[in-house]
Structure formats: structure tokens, C-alpha cells
Write a protein that binds this ligand. Structure first.
Ligand SMILES: Nc1ncnc2c1ncn2[C@@H]1O[C@H](COP(=O)(O)OP(=O)(O)OP(=O)(O)O)[C@@H](O)[C@H]1O
Ligand SMILES: [Mg+2]
Length: 139
């Protein structure tokens, strides 16, 4: 695991753009961190790096949003409201994992049992200063 100190939102953007360059079809990115640590914000920057032109909004109520204007399709999940991984199965998550796009999953720790072994994980915590975040990541 690699530790990354994020000083401000500009660093989050650079991190997201860098991650986007490394992504390939079928990759799953798990974003794990408390309320407000910046999971949706980071997703926006990953999407920007992939060339997504639509605005990326939080999919909390719909569970998953699809964006198809970039280099790869982006399937953005927010599983905060799910009770279990089974509910995610019911909406066809497995198919999204194998749909040739990139799945980005907020609150992925809640459905950890169905994540593929090769999932790219980013653990996000608040730092001491305003705007600061500490990421631990597996890539
Ligand atoms: N370094 C940073 N990276 C990302 N967001 C930051 C940073 N510093 C401050 N912020 C602010 O923190 C907030 C993060 O909100 P965001 O909705 O992205 O969090 P979230 O983790 O998705 O929350 P939720 O758990 O509700 O889904 C935004 O208002 C953003 O402007
Ligand atoms: Mg969010």
C-alpha cells in the first residue's frame, strides 16, 4: 500500500487524473472513506481524466450512473444505502464489472465480499489541515 498526502482539492484532481491514465477496461476502483472525505469529488476527476464530458453527480438514490462520453464507459456506484451485497447483485452489478468499462464504487467496504480480487482500492481519511486528506492506495 502506498500513502499519499493530499493537501487540497488540486492534489485530489492530480491524483484522479493520474489514476485515470492507468485504467483499463474491466477495472474496478473502490473508494472507501467517511462522509465528505471526497469520494464523489475524486470520481469527478477520474471521469475528467477519462474524458467524460457530462457532469458527474452523486448517484446515491439511483445506486449507479453511467457515463459513456469518455475513453472508457464509467459506471459510478454509491452503495451507501444498500443493506447487503445481494441487493447489488439484484441490480446486475456483476454485469457492470464485465461490461468493458470502469466501475468506481463509493462506500465499497459495504460490499467488499463481491469485489473482484484485482480491485484498485483507495482508502481516504481526513488530514489535520483544512482540505487535507490522506489516501492509502493499492496501485
Ligand atoms: N482535498 C480534497 N479533496 C476532495 N474534496 C475536498 C478536498 N478538500 C475539501 N474538499 C471538499 O470536501 C467535500 C467532499 O465532498 P464529496 O461529496 O466529494 O465527499 P464524499 O466522500 O463523496 O461524501 P459522501 O460520503 O456523502 O458520498 C467537497 O465539498 C469538497 O469541496
Ligand atoms: Mg459521495
Amino acid at each position: 500500500m502506498r500513502n499519499v498526502t493530499i493537501r487540497n482539492e488540486q492534489d485530489t484532481r492530480e491524483f484522479g487524473l493520474d489514476l485515470a491514465r492507468r485504467l483499463a477496461p474491466g477495472d474496478v476502483v473502490a473508494l472507501i472513506g467517511d462522509l465528505g472525505t471526497g469520494k464523489t469529488t475524486l470520481t469527478r476527476y477520474i471521469a475528467e481524466g477519462l474524458g467524460v464530458s457530462e457532469p458527474v453527480t452523486s448517484p446515491t438514490f439511483t445506486i449507479v450512473s453511467e457515463y459513456r462520453s469518455g475513453r472508457l464507459p464509467v459506471f459510478h456506484f454509491d452503495v451507501y444505502r444498500l443493506e447487503s451485497s445481494e441487493e447489488l447483485f439484484e441490480i446486475g452489478a456483476e454485469e457492470y464489472f464485465h461490461a468493458g468499462g470502469v466501475c468506481i464504487i463509493e462506500w465499497a467496504d459495504r460490499i467488499a465480499d463481491i469485489l473482484p480480487d484485482e480491485t484498485i482500492c483507495v482508502f481516504m481519511e481526513y488530514g489535520e489541515q483544512e482540505g487535507e486528506r490522506i489516501y492509502q492506495c493499492t496501485f
